[in-house]
Design a protein around this ligand. Structure first.
Ligand code: SAM
Length: 177
């Protein structure tokens, strides 16, 4: 899968976003990202759920709360990475994705919550729309990562997993290791 992809979730508020931010984190892991960064309120519930999932289902990720997300974005770019902001106001994903696929730069994928500060639109190397209709950060991230990896991420095998699903047409078959 080549370059590192980190996901930055902006503006988390536990009372409003607990489940959806957890889903952003789980999609990041399952769909091939190697880092999850939480800005807004540093919510231990989100971090714990992701950590527990990694322990049971495998894989490793850098997980952190980011107090100053603007500074983080600037530093990411200064260190040679590129910044991809997912927004319904951006350019269609299909127009840009091949350029991003061939780039060897590490990628910071940003998803918002309520209102995203104009700073991110300006600093992003790419403002990308997953369709120009409002929907969800979870859906936007999943579709973006799926396009980036051309579906390969669905077949990731986590060799350190304690639990492994054996696909079955009916019922739950789980290997405990
Ligand atoms: N009106 C808001 C905005 O400024 O884009 C929508 C907020 S939406 C509930 C939360 C996040 O979901 C957005 O910040 C964006 O990252 C993502 N999102 C929603 N619809 C999207 C779309 N069509 N394309 C890309 N990202 C989208």
């Amino acid at each position: 899968m080549g370059t590192h992809v980190y996901v930055l979730r902006l503006g988390h508020r536990p009372e409003r976003d607990k489940r959806i931010t957890t889903h952003v984190a789980l999609v990041a892991r399952a769909f091939g990202a190697s880092g999850f960064l939480l800005s807004g309120i540093c919510d231990p519930n989100v971090i714990q759920t992701l950590t527990r999932t990694l322990k049971q289902w495998g894989g490793s990720m850098e997980i952190a709360c980011v107090e100053k997300p603007k500074e983080y974005v600037r530093t990411w770019k200064r260190l040679g990475g590129e910044v991809i902001h997912l927004t319904m106001y951006g350019l269609p994903v299909d127009e840009i994705i091949s350029k991003i696929q061939v780039s060897s730069k590490d990628k910071l994928v940003i998803v918002g919550s309520e209102k995203v500060d104009p700073f991110y639109y300006e600093e992003a190397d790419y403002n990308i729309a997953i369709g120009n209709q409002p929907h969800s950060e979870v859906a936007a991230l999943a579709v973006f990562l799926d396009r980036l990896y051309k579906g390969r991420q669905l077949y990731t095998y986590f060799s350190d997993a304690k639990l492994n699903i054996i696909p079955h047409p009916r019922g739950k078959h789980v290997e405990h290791r």
